[in-house]
Ligand binder design. Structure first.
Ligand code: SF4
Length: 306
């Protein structure tokens, strides 16, 4: 499979089958905290960066095999999925293929395009992000494509809320001395009251970032920000960013994944977006505790739950 990954455990979406709709790293933003790396194709142009037919063919293969039913099929990947002009066709086909709900992770850059909102209307959950409503900070943190302004994002989010009856779970990534000040949080809160997401997910730079000055908040600071933003806000940072399919897994998450099928350390590292060394270390500990068995098959070492 070239465009599907997982299913992998996700703190926000349970067991999530990820679908890549663009190649790395195609995005209208070049965020200073991006876990995928620097943007190589910064664009607002919609086209089939990966042919929708190729993605649909992989989905058909996956669901015809009787593979594990994911809690969500998540359109995400190595950039911005709404850039793919085949988005609507892919979601429509998915709704025929599976009763798993469809989630879309988006940075919101294209939500002011009516056709993007029409295509997204078929999804069950939309997870947009909004880090700041201050134009200067938007340039510093998200480094958008030329001509894209933060008021485009706000207009897109408000239009989405007016038109869309599904769940909107909005993610805010807070960075020290940038968008974490009381003034910034107050402005954000006022905007979120207009956008009316169903949930607000607070995150911070818990993983390697593009720029050294993208500094994380502490857990206590995040909790304080959540409390300020109100009852819809919750901290998701300990699970890593929900913005990309990379997850900070507990032992239980490893065991759940290995219970489904034997996997190599490389398999696990790839689907989880973690360094192989970190995965090997965790597996060694699980093997020593007797909860996971190590076995050789052909020339590879596989791991499986005991
Ligand atoms: S964090 Fe998301 S929106 Fe920002 S550059 Fe990376 S892929 Fe694009």
């Amino acid at each position: 499979m070239k465009y599907l990954f997982g299913p992998v455990p996700s703190r926000r979406l349970g067991l999530s089958l990820g679908v890549d709709l663009v190649l790395p790293k195609t995005c209208p933003f070049d965020c200073i905290y991006c876990e995928v790396g620097r943007t190589t194709v910064k664009t607002m142009e919609r086209r089939e960066y990966i042919p929708a037919a190729a993605i649909v063919a992989e989905l058909e293969t996956y669901f015809s095999r009787g593979a594990p039913r994911p809690d969500y099929v998540t359109l995400a990947g190595s950039g911005e999925p709404t850039l793919n002009r085949g988005l609507g066709r892919i979601i429509a086909r998915l709704k025929n293929l599976t009763d798993s709900p469809v989630a879309v992770l988006t940075n919101g850059a294209l939500l002011h395009y009516p056709e993007v909102r029409r295509e997204l209307a078929q999804a069950d959950v939309i997870l947009p992000s909004l880090d700041t409503v201050t134009p200067e900070l938007f340039q510093i943190i998200n480094r958008p494509a030329p001509g894209l302004r933060v008021d485009h994002l706000m207009a897109g989010l408000r239009a989405l809320r007016e038109e869309y009856g599904g769940q909107i779970w909005l993610e805010v990534l807070l960075l020290r001395r940038l968008n974490d000040t009381p003034e910034e949080l107050a402005k954000l809160k006022a905007t979120l009251e207009l956008v009316r997401p169903d949930r607000i997910h607070l995150n911070t730079a818990v993983r390697p970032v593009v720029e050294d000055f993208a500094l994380p908040l502490t857990a206590a600071e995040l909790a304080e920000a959540a409390s300020f933003l109100g009852h819809k806000a919750e901290v998701v940072a300990s699970g890593g960013s929900g913005r990309h399919p990379q997850f900070d897994l507990s032992d239980g998450d490893f065991l759940a994944s290995l219970a489904r099928r034997p996997q190599t350390a490389g398999d696990l590292a790839e689907v989880m977006g973690l360094p192989v060394a970190a995965v090997v270390k965790r597996l060694d500990r699980l093997v020593a505790s007797g909860r996971v068995a190590r076995m050789r098959h052909q020339h590879d070492t596989f791991y499986q739950t005991n």
